[in-house]
Design a protein around this ligand. Structure first.
Ligand code: UGB
Length: 598
């Protein structure tokens, strides 16, 4: 009461609302009027922000929290009445006729797409000090994840435009969801690199706000341990992307510009774009409202499983079941062994890699109803079995892949499975935890993420007829990995399989110790025998044919230990660095036709 003069009329309403909602404890230790008034104003600014950034405001947040906390206390099964079964979807094999058809269709469609990267996560499991999108995807070219994503989108934009008649003006919109943990560093990375070649207006950053923490089953908001004039907050999860897109107004802008698809992807999957053209092709061909990308999944691997859930009342949906829930759900529904590998060596439930393609029209229709609100969950850590108090404050969370949960049964929800070697190698685990991953399961570390890029590129070249040597096994930071020839290329060199086929001949071969970096667009490998390192660049107007035998000492992987802090974090977490002993490096900066023949 005594501090009301500090507040705007809206804030007075909010203060009343908080009292009605049982939050009077927030004001219990406030100083007398005239003391710490600035802090009190800051408190109300924070409350105003928390209220406006949540669909339905704090009232709705507290109400949902009470319901979910009561369910959690009662031990209510979130899958009550549902039986899981293995769904059917589109299963693609890289390079075969269908795959090529889907890829070509996807490249045509991509000019009607907008890309959305969720990059608000701090990456606690990875424990990296910087933002994850600034990490190198691989260390031959040293391209960061963010640069790689942007180069890919730009190359897709150009390839897609070149298929349309007349001049194509379209610039593919690119949204990045950030959070307080990542926003300024993401913006700085973009600005200091001139948006990596995108037009600044093409890129939009949407910052997610954290949500209020909860102290008890009554959903009393937690006071920040560092300040009695702040509410403690924590991240709400990647599901925020939907409400942010909705409230930004971008979806209608995109619809008016004739766009048809919105693609969502995560921060550190260096292989993801290998899968995107074909997956858009599948969405277009099958007219999917929702298409989730998936890979074969090892039982208990820390990625969600795509599952069909059928309710006793007949309802049925295809949805991601998070990795910690799938095993108990199976055990509770007549599968005593839970989540286990079958005769294929994989779990029958495809692994969700959280790459979603949504059709824009139905997406807008749905968000108009839900305002982007996504089914939330709460995961309190209780002090004891009475479940009356928490070890530490909790909060509501939501996941972007839960979007289909509110869709009507008529919605066309599908998924597309691709090989993991092609599409999925995220960097999520720190070296210590990665080394503890059970043998045969993927490490999801900086080491495995980089090695996966070389493996995928080597396998793609093999598929196109190049003789690529077998890998050798080696151990870095306690993780046993396959080391393939270090083959890399820029997206503009080859976006889809038919590009690779056009640019290499079957007379080429690459030895295991080799490193190959192709940076220019019109570089053709004719009858190359590579046993060493070749780094080649060329402007778009230079056409270069590479012929003959290139042999040199090459680049060697030198082991480093992740604990050795004299080495930059980005390098030591991989367990190796490139020792560049000898290479042939060529750069064609004049237009014309050239032959590179040593
Ligand atoms: N992220 C945000 O942008 N904001 C947030 O508040 C939180 C995260 P994690 P997670 O593909 O391997 C997901 O932490 O959530 C961004 C799927 O739920 O890397 O443990 C963050 O920056 C799971 O089903 O992953 O697991 C990052 O880009 C499975 O598919 C992204 O969200 C798994 O990913 C994911 O955050 C996987």
């Amino acid at each position: 009461q005594k501090n009301l003069h500090l507040l705007s009329p809206q804030q007075i309403e909010l203060a009343k609302k908080l009292l009605e909602l049982g939050q009077s404890h927030l004001f219990e230790h406030w100083a007398e009027p005239g003391v710490e008034d600035e802090e009190k104003k800051a408190f109300f600014n924070q409350v105003t922000r928390l209220n406006s950034s949540y669909p339905g405001g704090l009232e709705s947040y507290i109400k949902t929290a009470r319901e979910l906390l009561a369910d959690s206390k009662a031990g209510k099964n979130p899958f009550e009445g549902f039986t899981p079964s293995v769904p059917t979807g589109e299963v693609l094999t890289y390079g075969d006729e269908d795959f090529v058809k889907f890829e070509e269709m996807g490249v045509k469609e991509v000019q009607k797409a907008a890309f959305v990267l969720v990059a608000g996560g701090l990456g606690e499991r990875l424990g990296y000090n910087g933002i994850k999108v600034a990490l190198p995807r691989e260390t031959v070219m040293g391209t960061s994840f963010l640069l790689h994503y942007i180069e890919y989108i730009l190359a897709l934009q150009e390839a897609s435009c070149s298929l349309t008649q007349g001049e194509c003006q379209a610039k593919i919109p690119f949204v990045i969801m950030t959070s307080d943990d990542t926003h300024s560093r993401t913006l700085e990375l973009l600005e200091s690199n001139s948006y990596f070649g995108m037009e600044p207006t093409q890129v939009k950053l949407l910052k997610q706000e954290k949500v209020a923490c909860l102290d008890d089953n009554e959903a009393r908001l937690a006071v920040d341990p560092h300040s009695k004039y702040r509410i403690q907050t924590k991240p709400h999860g990647h599901g925020d992307v939907h409400s942010l897109l909705y409230s930004s107004g971008l979806l209608n802008v995109w619809r008016d510009a004739g766009l048809r698809w919105v693609l969502f992807f995560q921060d550190t999957n260096g292989l993801l774009f290998n899968a995107i053209p074909a997956a858009i092709g599948v969405s277009a061909m099958r007219q999917y409202h929702v298409n989730s990308l998936a890979v074969p999944r090892k039982a208990k691997e820390a990625i969600g499983g795509i599952t069909r859930l059928t309710h006793v009342d007949g309802r049925s949906m295809v949805i991601n079941v998070e990795y910690n829930q799938l095993d108990p759900l199976l055990r509770a529904t007549g599968h005593p062994d839970g989540d286990v590998n079958n005769e294929t060596g994989y779990s029958p439930f495809p692994g969700n890699i959280n790459q979603l393609i949504l059709e824009l029209g139905p997406y807008i229709e749905e968000l108009t109803k839900t305002k982007g609100g996504i089914k939330e969950f709460v995961n309190p850590k209780y002090k004891d079995a009475s479940k009356t108090s928490f070890k530490s404050s909790t909060r509501l969370e939501c996941m972007m892949q839960d979007y289909p949960k509110t869709l009507p049964p008529t919605a066309r929800v599908g998924f597309t499975v691709m090989d993991a070697w092609l599409a999925y190698a995220p960097v999520k685990n720190n070296p210590e935890d990665a080394a503890k991953v059970p043998k045969g399961n993927p490490y999801h570390s900086a080491t495995s993420g980089e090695m996966a890029v070389y493996r995928a590129n080597s396998l793609i070249l093999r598929k196109a007829g190049v003789q690529v040597a077998d890998p050798v096994e080696d151990v870095f930071n306690g993780q046993e990995v396959e080391v393939w020839p270090r083959v890399t290329w820029k997206p503009k060199w080859a976006l889809i399989f038919s590009d690779v086929k056009r640019k290499v001949s079957e007379n080429c071969s690459i030895s295991q110790k080799s490193t190959l970096a192709i940076k220019g667009r019109n570089i053709f490998l004719e009858d190359l025998y590579l046993d060493g390192a070749l780094i080649i660049d060329a402007i778009d107007d230079a056409e270069v044919k590479v012929e003959g035998s290139i042999e040199n000492k090459g680049w060697v992987l030198e082991k480093v230990d992740y604990k050795d802090t004299s080495i930059p974090e980005e390098i030591r977490t991989r367990g190796f660095r490139m020792n560049k002993i000898e290479q042939l490096e060529k750069n064609y900066s004049q237009p014309g036709k050239f032959i590179l023949k040593p």
